[in-house]
Design a protein. Sequence first.
Length: 221
Amino acid sequence: MRYVLILVIVLLGMTFTQCGGSAKTSPLLCDTTCLKDSIRFAGDHSTRPTVIIAPNQCQADTLLWSYEGMGVNRKIGLRTIIGHAVPIQASHARCLFDDNKKAWLLFNDCATGRGYQVKLSYDKRESISVRSSGINSIDPKFNIDPELMAYTDRGNIYVEHMKKGTNAMMTFREQVPIDYDRIHDHIDSVRITSTKIWVRIKIQEQWKELEKEIDLETIDK
């Protein structure tokens, strides 16, 4: 009986250890179970430009974008431009329109929190631009002015005004081994305005606060 009791205690200890280990896993940013309905965005231009994320079998599957009088919908599969399926929910996606010229679609992977930024042109002669290292304000620890877009290349942080086309950057002064699927392991928080970049970042195992004054107001297309 004593041996049975000891075995039960050992097994319970292993169970609690496993549960404790799993508790350290990063929480999901948003629901990954099923995307049932299309995610729709509409601009305020008179031609009513739209961007739609259409699902298929519970996954975000196709991007469609058009406007009244354009004549045809542009569309492309998400796997085509990203390379794999990304769980998306409407609560963690944003879209900014530049009249009926372009739209910037920003979303975060619900499972990993990774930020994506897709530049969609309504002119079929222009190609699609995709970034998979986005620092999106969809993440509650990233505070970024609504018309700005930020991203990193592990050595710098870049900021772009999505309508004006102006941009700025701040260097980390060295390469940082950022895993974009676990970005908070190295970039804890960010505050970005049209006049300042501030970031709390881990460099060589030490957390540092970096900031830089910038100017995104000098050019207006």
